[in-house]
Design a protein around this ligand. Sequence first.
Ligand code: FAD
Length: 413
Amino acid sequence: MARTDVTVLGAGIVGVSVALHLAKRGLSVALVDKAGIGEGTSYGNAGIIEGMTVFPQAFPGFGMLMRVALKQAPEANYHLMFLPQVAPWLWAFRQWSSPERLLETARTMRPFFAQAIPEHQALLNEAGAEKYLRRTGWLKLFRHDESFAANARERAVAKDFGISHQTLDAEGARQLEPSLAPVFRHAVFWDGVASISNPLAVTRAYAARFAALGGVTLPGDARTLHRSEGHWRVDTDAGHLDADQIVIALGPWAPDVLTPLGIDLPLGIKRGYHRHYTPQGNASLARPVLDADGGYVLAPMEQGIRLTTGAEFAPRDALPTPVQFDRLMPAATELFPLGGPVEKEPWMGSRPCFADSRPVIGRAPGQTGLWLAFGHGHWGLTLGPATGRLLAEMMTGATPFTDPAPYRAERFS
Ligand SMILES: Cc1cc2nc3c(=O)[nH]c(=O)nc-3n(C[C@H](O)[C@H](O)[C@H](O)COP(=O)(O)OP(=O)(O)OC[C@H]3O[C@@H](n4cnc5c(N)ncnc54)[C@H](O)[C@@H]3O)c2cc1C
């Protein structure tokens, strides 16, 4: 039987970042995952380190809601049978989408976001993986004057926060990205945003750095977690593993372990898809591009141009239903000369989302030595390394770089 100071359950970008930060502080740490490192939700994101983000995603207005209801919106899809189950979460999400609460979230989370790019930069340097980082910003495109006008509040708040951005017309945006067709009227260039050209490779590079510091990664099922002889025990493929402290970094699977322990947190799931396409001819992108009216992102990756979709409200483990591609492909191919798909089928992942758009980071209520780091929603890649630092500081009694109170699990009690 093996013994560590800390066992981190879940080797996505969040768990790997937590494990690495703990190992850097001299603790003996084991990382346990049932699959390969970084192969869960962290595999398939758009690679955007949204450190300059202002507002979280919001509940749609009436017009879009109607299009979603009629299954015409590229932005979102749902499984009808799932609606009763997800209704309380959607109601809470709607409450958190009022202008006042969006602003409150933006203000609350700003110090956390401000650290997102520096923390990635630091880990990328340590891991020798700087080649995956692009500091080329990202572009949000608006096809209609109305949607651009509706975005004015985000730009105004960004200005208040001192977040650099420029508004451009189509020609201005095409000077940055000449392969885009001028099918949009306005663009906002968020020049301080960074992005990653291969999220899987980055998570693996952080895990390799963790291993170089003496960290151990083991295959195992987190659902075997239980108390034994005064410790937390997990059954891994290498046998029992005991630890004084456990970190739950299981992303959308966190409830599988927490519910049996009596910890019920209102985690929602927004499924999302991606598929890579080869660009036609010499077409290329230097940065991720959001088609704000088309409901998708085009992100240049090592594997091709990654097209990512918005939200799908469906059971986490239900079979994929990638119908949003049919709705958004006409707009995407009109905007950028996408060639054929690289994979036979789209990839699917599940964003672990709380209705207030904040993750849970900190102690688990009512359980000694149990810590939580999950629920990063649309921002898990962005906030993974900053989360690792914050939780490691809390667990080792150091002064946290930002106030962890907004991320306490107790906010739901
Ligand atoms: C289409 C899409 C686009 C996105 N774009 C962005 C973006 O541009 N920027 C951004 O910041 N975020 C983005 N996100 C969100 C981001 O990818 C997630 O928030 C993030 O990956 C969550 O990381 P995690 O480590 O919490 O979870 P995961 O990566 O899912 O890791 C959880 C791990 O737990 C393991 N696990 C599960 N059950 C068990 C078990 N029983 N035993 C052991 N191990 C188990 C899994 O195998 C997995 O490795 C996007 C998400 C999607 C779906």
